[in-house]
Design a protein around this ligand. Sequence first.
Ligand code: ZN
Length: 242
Amino acid sequence: MSKTKVVGTFVLIIGYFFAFALADNMSLSLPNEFLPTSTVAVSENKELPTIILDSGHGGMDGGCVAYNGVAEKGINLNIMLDLKIMLETFGYNVIVTRDSDVSIHDEDITGLSNQKKSDMAKRLDIFNSSKNSIAISIHQNQFTDSRYSGAQMFYSQTNPKSEILATTMQKAFVDNLQPNNEREIKISGKELYLIYFCKSPSIMIECGFLSNPEEANKLQTEEYQQEVAFTIFKGINDYCGV
Ligand SMILES: [Zn+2]
């Protein structure tokens, strides 16, 4: 991660802390001892869940591809790494499925299909590795019609709280990043393996459409990746009530 990126991320977090301080002055339900520079106060006041982050695809699996040939795997990873810094700075314990451009399949497995199965099984093990947790899988969307744009949350009914998490996160995107986004959260079955079999509340976030040139261009910039990460960060805080 570049120095500029780290600095930019912290500027966003500091902005968020000041927003908190402002809300505090307006007598909203925030901890009295909360100060803009403190990250410890939040975790001391409320037990925060562990946040499990998955950046979709990686290694030999690029995921969907933008009109200019850029694969989603790198965009997913950048957003996840920005989000990880924000969450950890705030006091969350964060676990990630990957933090570089890799598939995490067992090394002794051969053949692309078997490696993909192993990769997904290992990601699911990580998703189910912590009891008090929520899991977020980060992806980019693609469609044959390039008109479509905007973030959309997917969830499964295997954990009833996942729908609440999806609703809260969809609202965070509308409130913070995409005021004209009218997409509805979407239920999924076993085809979204990780969120279907995850025991904790979990969602898959399709952050935007790589088939839409305008949105694809934005998603490839550090600034917009940080804005998306910050939006997810706020959605997680909203869900956790902090
Ligand atoms: Zn994907």
